[in-house]
Design a protein around this ligand. Structure first.
Ligand code: SF4
Length: 329
């Protein structure tokens, strides 16, 4: 099946979203021992829908393959941990920081829509990295050097560790963020107008509502003021709030809230169909059926009615349907 970006009101063919990736996850033999950590999902499935930008910090900084392993060492509590060789204690921190300055500047110009990072790597690890105190005691609190610099340089960029993609809810959440961010940045690259912001928000209302009610309420006033002076600052604020909202995976309650809104467009549904839909939403609430069951019914009924606003909701198709998501929680 031909890859495509998800349907939106003004969908048009365009390049696949660019997603950065730790090279070893694609099967490149760049690890310290000359091996790789290939992810079949990333290499075989996701590769159809995005264009990968490969990065291996340790290779690119000149550590070579094979190489001595490195680890994070907390020397100064007020500064990020240092990257040091586990046997030789060689300190790579300054060289990696200098390399990161250049590499991140080049990534800034590439229009990345997401980044997938290798977990438990002192360079690429995104969450709960093991950091050693100088007395040798470890604790889990840090990020790999490159992952930390990436977060600082791209605060709104969807990022995830490959190890967490095995969790269907986190996988769906990451991909939803990538494809929504792709739409958003494409809009900004084309020179977003106040009207474009209003239209974008209208299409993404229920998606945001399902993820984060508090930020949903904060976005409304921003959009209401879209036509006032200061559009660029408003777009920046909208982007930060939008991506922070979507970073929270949608929970059952949020999904039911969004589905209730869609049910409001089905008041003329025959009572038998209405009862069936309600029964499946209740089954979803009780954890008996996955989200895909009531969502499929909702899509079916909405498609047979002329409810443009509802059918245009990104919530109904957050990612390319061929990825087979929207089926969890
Ligand atoms: S985890 Fe990062 S630094 Fe290590 S081999 Fe993979 S891409 Fe390279």
């Amino acid at each position: 099946m031909a890859p495509s970006t998800p349907a939106t009101a003004e969908a048009a063919p365009r390049p696949l979203p660019k997603v950065g990736v730790s090279r070893c996850l694609l099967g490149d033999e760049v690890r310290f021992d000359g091996g790789h950590k290939q992810s079949r999902f990333i290499r075989d499935t996701l590769a159809t829908y995005v264009t990968f930008v490969r990065v291996c910090p340790e290779l690119e900084v000149g550590m070579g393959v094979p190489r001595e392993t490195v680890r994070l060492v907390q020397v100064d509590p007020d500064r990020p941990p240092r990257v040091r060789g586990t046997r030789s204690d060689t300190d790579w921190t300054d060289r990696m920081e200098a390399w990161a300055d250049t590499r991140l500047a080049s990534l800034q110009g590439m229009g990345l829509r997401g980044f997938l990072l290798k977990r438990s790597s002192p360079s690429c690890g995104l969450f709960r990295m093991k950091v050693y105190l100088e007395n040798g005691m470890p604790h889990h609190a840090g990020q790999g050097l490159f992952a930390r610099r990436l977060c600082e340089a791209f605060p709104n960029l969807p990022m995830e560790e490959e190890g967490r993609l095995g969790d269907a809810r986190l996988r769906e959440n990451f991909l939803t963020r990538v494809f929504v961010y792709d739409d958003w940045l494409t809009l900004r690259e084309q020179g977003a107008s106040a009207k474009a912001l209003v239209d974008f928000h209208a299409r993404h209302k229920l998606l945001v509502l399902a993820h984060d009610q508090a930020r949903y309420r904060q976005l409304g006033p921003l959009v209401a003021d879209a036509g006032k002076p200061g559009l660029e600052a408003r777009l920046d604020a909208y982007e930060a709030l939008l991506m922070a909202a979507l970073a929270k995976p949608a929970k059952r309650r949020g999904n039911l809230n969004a589905m209730e809104h869609l049910c409001g467009f089905l008041k003329d549904l025959p009572s038998a169909d209405k009862a069936e839909l309600r029964a499946q939403m209740t089954a979803y609430r009780e954890g008996i059926v996955p989200l895909a069951v009531p969502m499929t019914l909702l899509r079916h009924h909405l498609r047979h009615r002329d409810h443009g606003w509802a059918l245009g909701q990104r919530y109904l198709a957050p990612t390319p349907p061929e990825l087979g998501l929207n089926a969890v929680l």
